[in-house]
Design a protein around this ligand. Structure first.
Ligand code: ASP
Length: 357
């Protein structure tokens, strides 16, 4: 073979290889497409976990929960279907639940020991690993929007208390009087727990610690994970924390890696439950890490973290999560968890109790 022919052959071979490589990165795998032919997307939400039993639920209350869950998930789904971002879907979906008195977030938040409402929230962008969080705010109508503002319009990840509220005003967010958050139901829960504290004296005559989660095991925090048509995952969580909390206690919901986590390489997670355990277990990040480092599927990782590790520690609660292919896991170790999932085709799966109903 003459030299020029040999060079041509080598060049042709190299070009063919380069073309093949471009093809494989551009051609999506079957998994990346929904059955309708468009890129896949999806959304999953929770409205808290806990001792949620069918026998304690009235038909009308159950219907009310289902109505708000459906309204919330449809809001996010529509954004995603129209090509909107997962971050936008997460925020707007959570706004619907924050505005409902049924959930322990925004309107409907639980009361502190002193009879106040202190709100926590966080959001994370799986594409950039940017995150924003706020804790202990008392006047911001939609805490998830403030977490978002922290993420995109400040150089910080987490703001708290008065400073966070000043930042909210500066960003033009809706500020309300703290009395906006009052609901009779949550105030009664606080009164019940305070009564128990008074009557349950320890043998030495002091006041026994009354664990609010043992006496009133319902976690009404709300959360959302979404995957948009560009393959970007986002997750967010918003809460009033736990009834009877004091000393400016902050739970897992505004802690990135505990209450919220999102990474396009793995999954998005939003948690609800006994926050102290979720912080110590780094629950949301652990799920992502098990996928990243141990090659586990989302289902395997969530099962291990919730049913094995968290349960062994004594923690209770659950997560909703979605991976970069749109697979979903709604794992919890309590009697129930308000939850819903909607896939790219608009198929809705809604559940409250352990058995899916
Ligand atoms: N995880 C929240 C907290 O500990 C409570 C909840 O999920 O309802 O603050």
């Amino acid at each position: 073979m003459t030299k020029p022919i040999f060079i041509y052959l080598v060049l042709f071979f190299c070009l063919a290889c380069a073309k093949k490589q471009t093809d494989t990165t551009e051609e999506p795998t079957q998994k990346e497409y929904s059955s309708t032919g468009g890129p896949t997307f999806g959304i999953v939400i929770h409205g808290g976990a806990g001792t949620i039993l069918k026998k304690n639920m009235t038909d009308s209350l159950e219907a009310a929960y289902k109505e708000v869950l459906t309204k919330a998930i449809k809001t996010g789904h529509e954004i995603l279907a129209n090509g909107g971002s997962s971050l936008d879907a997460v925020r707007k979906t959570i706004n619907v639940m924050e505005d409902s008195p049924l959930f322990n977030s925004g309107k409907g938040a639980v009361f502190t020991h002193e009879g106040k409402n202190e709100l926590d929230a966080s959001i994370m962008d799986g594409a950039t690993l940017n995150a924003g969080a706020i804790a202990g705010v008392t006047t911001v109508k939609n805490p998830i929007d403030l977490a978002y503002e922290v993420m995109v319009n400040s150089e910080h990840v987490m703001l708290s208390g008065k400073g966070a509220e000043d930042f909210a005003t500066r960003q033009g967010l809706e500020i309300v009087d703290p009395s906006y958050f009052y609901t009779k139901k949550r105030y009664r829960s606080l009164q019940r727990i305070l009564e128990q504290e008074k009557t349950e004296l320890d043998p030495d005559g002091g006041t026994a610690f009354v664990d609010p989660y043992i006496k009133d095991q319902k976690f009404g925090t709300v959360g959302c994970v979404a995957l948009d048509k560009n393959g970007n995952l986002a997750a967010g969580t918003s809460t009033g924390g736990m009834t009877n909390k004091r000393w400016n206690r902050i739970g897992d919901s505004p802690i990135i890696g505990s209450g919220t986590y999102a990474n396009n390489a793995t999954c998005g997670v939003s948690s609800t439950g006994w926050g102290e355990y979720f912080i110590r277990g780094q629950v949301a990040h652990d799920i992502s890490a098990q996928m990243e480092y141990a090659g586990k599927t989302l289902a395997q990782a969530t099962h291990n973290v919730i049913q094995e590790k968290l349960t062994k520690m004594g923690g209770t609660g659950g997560v909703v999560s979605m991976d970069h292919d749109g697979n979903v896991s709604m794992e919890f170790n309590t009697e129930g968890m308000y939850r819903a999932h909607m896939d790219a085709q608009g198929k809705l799966t809604l559940g409250i109790y352990k058995e899916n109903e």
